[in-house]
Design a protein around this ligand. Structure first.
Ligand code: DLZ
Length: 160
């Protein structure tokens, strides 16, 4: 078992199951929209690259990352999905709001994974500043949206 994997953007496509019959939900936070839109685009592109079809990708937007939890649950209840990808970008500010949102979203998404029989993927950046976020939304550290999509397909594959 490889333990050196640090960046799924350079993954082995051979190890990713075919997503042709899989159904996905994508929830995108509108906060830091230029970042989350790039991540969502990367996620959709990657799902399609592995066979997912447009009509099996259900996308909704929510106001902020804290709402990703409810949005994810909503999609899971509404459609017979194989995986849900939550995409957000939380950037540290001057107050402790950052900590509370990060903690709340992480906890909420973890609980969804325990509550439902499908995987909920944590595609949420938590960075100190905007350049760090840009680096991870198609910049020098890849696109974490692509990585979330790969994770979703792999996890859905485990469940099939
Ligand atoms: C309020 C807030 C702040 C300060 N920062 C972010 C952020 O960096 N990223 C993000 O996705 N959302 C932020 N929010 C909004 C909260 O996630 C949430 O939408 C509001 O607290 C309302 O519930």
């Amino acid at each position: 078992m490889a333990t050196s994997l640090k960046n799924l953007s350079s993954y082995d496509p051979e190890k990713v199951p075919d997503a042709g019959k899989m159904k996905f939900g994508i929830v995108v936070s509108e906060w830091n929209e230029e970042i989350t839109a790039a991540m969502a685009e990367g996620a959709i592109e990657t799902l399609k690259k592995h066979g997912a079809v447009e009509e099996n990708i259900h996308l909704i937007t929510v106001p902020g990352s804290f709402e990703l939890i409810f949005g994810s649950r909503l999609l899971a209840e509404k459609h017979a999905l194989d995986a849900v990808i939550a995409i957000g970008c939380i950037i540290q500010g001057e107050t402790r709001h950052f900590d509370f949102i990060c903690q709340g979203v992480t906890q909420g998404m973890a609980e969804l994974n325990l509550e439902y029989d499908i995987p909920f993927i944590f595609g949420v950046l938590t960075t100190q500043n905007q350049p760090q976020a840009i680096d991870r939304a198609g910049g020098k550290h890849g696109n974490k949206g692509n990585e979330a999509a790969i994770t979703a397909i792999k996890m859905a594959g485990l469940n099939s």
